[in-house]
Design a binder for this molecule. Structure first.
Ligand code: HGY
Ligand code: MN
Ligand code: MN
Length: 417
């Protein structure tokens, strides 16, 4: 199968065409999940997949499955894909590369008239980013049985609209129960979103797992008072307390060599120049390969909250809303990725993903692995995010070869191809 080669131009065209849907003035994409822009890119994907002879099904979390039959339709499909939703200041490649590299791999098989043993599916997972509706990887989490569907459907954005209502509004709530769909394996191509592949001049990241991560929501309750008449000692300034908490989160993460800690969203009420803030809402994102490190950081943050609250006479409530343990990938799929890179003549580096991905949840219900490609300066979740046409093509080529390699193992296991 070494002569089966994806077409870098077709892949690049798909990436650039769809980047127009939600394009920002700084060259990125703002295409939040379940918005009309998300509907447009879903329609685009569905039309291209159907043009390649795929049947596209949708489940009740909006996940899309573009299926190409194999010799044995009774064998669960080999899935490959990622997500089409972006961050508010997202780039052109986070998620989209995984979906369109998979579409290009399927198109290459289709145009070559190559029949796989197992069916192949290109998958778009709903709400991977968790930016509009928390937590992240929500639909793949429902698919893997981590989240209850009704709990997920009831999650509301900061404006109060629920996931379920937004999904209905774009017309992508499908009939299939999320999680009912079996997969023989799942492969995801993604930009690394970090600096290591570029720094070490490696073509492909063989991703062996995903690190642990936790999200928290915090509310600081002080007292709205007049900025001009309230003497400093009499204030219960919620924003001052929140600022000290942001510093505490950063310091707690810095004390651990491999941990990261981020306060990414902060809302101040009432948000008026001449009112001492009475309430602040903010989020905390903690990550490390070792969950015990996250336990220690969470304890430090709890201690800091007690100190800061006592000192300023405010209330600080910190609630854990998401816990994702470290997730190893399956050795057979990792081996397929390694083989895919070898036959493609590409250099590799094993690595653990710092970012969360749908594959981290799908790995709980099907053998899974990921393929990373370098991105410029390791920048992502930023409009300047960039991977070259060659880097994207390398990821898609390894994906194609890895899927074919895995397909052969299925043929050996369940019957002759
Ligand atoms: O949060 C993450 O790591 C991913 O981008 N959703
Ligand atoms: Mn992503
Ligand atoms: Mn992302």
């Amino acid at each position: 199968m070494k002569n089966l080669r994806i077409d870098p131009e077709r892949l690049w065209d798909d990436l650039m065409d769809t980047a127009r849907i939600g394009a920002t003035s700084k060259g990125g994409i703002c295409r939040l999940t379940l918005t009309d822009l998300d509907r447009q890119v879903r329609d685009w994907f569905k039309a291209r997949a159907e043009a390649l002879g795929c049947t596209v099904t949708v489940d009740d979390m909006g996940c899309m499955f573009a299926r190409r039959p194999g010799q044995r339709d009774d064998i669960p499909p080999i899935g490959m894909g990622s997500h089409l939703d972006t961050q508010p200041t997202g780039g052109k490649f986070d998620g989209t590369l995984g979906v369109f590299a998979a579409l290009e791999a399927l198109r290459t098989l289709h145009l070559a008239g190559y029949e796989t043993f197992a069916p192949i599916e290109v998958i778009n997972w709903t709400n991977e980013e968790g930016s509009r509706f928390t937590p992240a990887m929500m639909a793949s989490g429902v698919f893997a049985g981590v989240f209850e569907r009704d709990w997920a459907a009831a999650r509301a954005d900061r404006g109060g609209e629920t996931f379920g209502a937004a999904l209905e509004a774009i017309g992508y709530r499908g009939p299939e129960k999320c999680g009912q769909h079996r997969l023989s394996a799942f492969f995801e191509v993604h930009i690394e979103q970090g600096p290591y592949l570029e720094a070490e001049a490696r073509d492909i990241g063989v991703v062996t797992g995903v690190q642990a991560m936790r999200w928290y929501e915090a509310t600081v309750t002080g007292q709205d008072t007049h900025a001009g008449t309230t003497p400093m000692p009499r204030r219960h300034d919620a924003l001052l307390a929140a600022a000290r908490m942001v510093e505490a989160v950063n310091a707690a993460a810095l004390r651990r060599p491999t941990a990261v800690g981020t306060v990414g969203l902060l809302e101040v009420k009432p948000g008026s120049p001449n009112v001492v803030p009475g309430e602040v809402f903010f989020t905390i994102d903690l990550r490390d390969p070792d969950p015990a490190v996250l336990d220690a950081i969470a304890n430090d943050i709890d201690e800091a909250a007690k100190q800061i609250a006592g000192g300023l006479g405010v209330g600080i409530a910190v609630k854990n809303i998401w816990t994702q343990p470290p997730q190893p990938f399956h050795p057979d799929c990792i081996a397929a990725v390694r083989e895919g890179a070898r036959v493609s003549g590409l250099s590799t580096r094993d690595m653990i993903s710092g970012a969360g991905h749908d594959a981290a949840y799908i790995a709980r219900v099907a053998p899974s692995a990921m393929i990373f490609v370098p991105c410029k300066d390791g920048i992502s979740h930023n409009e300047a995010e960039y991977s070259s046409k060659e880097q994207c093509a390398a990821g898609a080529q390894v994906l194609l070869q890895a899927v074919l390699d895995y397909d052969r193992t299925l043929a050996d296991r369940f019957g002759k191809a």
